[in-house]
Design a binder for this molecule. Structure first.
Ligand SMILES: [Mg+2]
Length: 287
């Protein structure tokens, strides 16, 4: 199927609501999971608040970078131990919703209930037209100007490496020719969804100044734990946030949502919605 991604404007809200109405006319059961994402996608695609949140994260990253360069004993990677002071500096960044903004394909997935999400994502990655997240390219260029190597650890599949490199270069990210800094899922057989092994690879040769991502799995291998445990681990690392670990907002998808449905990927859209509602009911609203 031919998929076109148009330019999204302030008319997005109208397009979304009319698109949803059309989808409801042709879909046997209400696309509850799709509606579930409406506000999240709208926020990322159209809000000044998203622009502000992303730029705040990258300003924090820039300030933290200056400090991290001075203190050669510091490392941001949980996998890195021992004397790191002689190693050249690096930053590990995620790609999707961290450096590249996939809001447009999320809109497409919301409106197109017929095409499988995997097909839409594959087509979108191949086109390599994602725009940068606010502040990302300026931060990367600043870090590179200080002699810091940027490694990208992404769970895009290895077969998307050429397209991913094209997209990064198209938004102004320079990639070195002599070393592979784009480390994707299954690029080696042991490189699976968990990013810990790829971080462990980077720390063999570099001191990691900072981790930048939009998903808990971009920082620590506790992303696959139940929600309360993930939250507790995030709190345990309170001294790292905004310093060693920089989190970009992503309300659209992520391991937070998978944890919220207890990683029950077989659940139907209606079941997923019910699990989420039951989770919220467990909180005492005080009303
Ligand atoms: Mg991401």
């Amino acid at each position: 199927m031919a998929v076109k991604f148009g330019t999204f404007t302030l008319a997005l809200a109208c397009a979304l609501s009319s698109g949803l109405a059309a989808a409801q006319e042709t879909t046997p059961e209400p696309p509850v999971a799709h509606e579930d994402r409406l506000n999240a996608i709208l926020w990322q695609m159209s809000s000044a608040e998203y622009e502000g949140a992303a730029r705040t994260a990258y300003l924090a990253a820039r300030l933290a970078l200056d400090d991290a360069l001075k203190d050669k004993t510091r490392t941001a990677a949980p996998e890195q131990t021992g004397d790191v002071s002689k190693l050249p500096p690096a930053i590990i960044m995620d790609i999707d919703e961290t450096v590249l903004d996939n809001g447009p394909v999320q809109v497409h997935m919301l409106l197109d209930a017929k095409t499988r999400p995997g097909e839409l994502m594959s087509h979108w990655f191949d086109r390599a037209v994602a725009k940068p997240t606010p502040g990302a390219v300026e931060f990367i260029q600043y870090a590179q100007s200080k002699g810091v190597m940027i490694f990208f650890i992404s769970n895009r599949n290895a077969d998307k490496e050429a397209a991913t490199r094209r997209n990064l270069e198209a938004v102004g990210v320079k990639l070195p020719a002599d070393i592979d800094t784009v480390l994707l899922e299954k690029e080696r057989p042991e490189w699976q969804r968990d990013k810990g092994l790829r971080r462990a690879e980077v720390v063999k040769t570099h001191r990691v100044l900072m981790l930048v991502g939009d998903d808990f799995g971009d920082f620590v291998s506790a992303w696959n734990k139940p929600s309360p445990e993930r939250r507790a681990v995030a709190a345990e690392h309170s001294a790292r946030w905004g310093r060693d670990w920089i989190m970009l907002p992503n309300p659209m998808y992520g391991s937070w949502e998978n944890a919220a449905i207890n990683f029950n990927f077989r659940a139907t859209p209606a079941e997923r919605l019910r699990i989420k509602r039951d989770t919220l009911k467990a909180f005492d609203s005080g009303e």
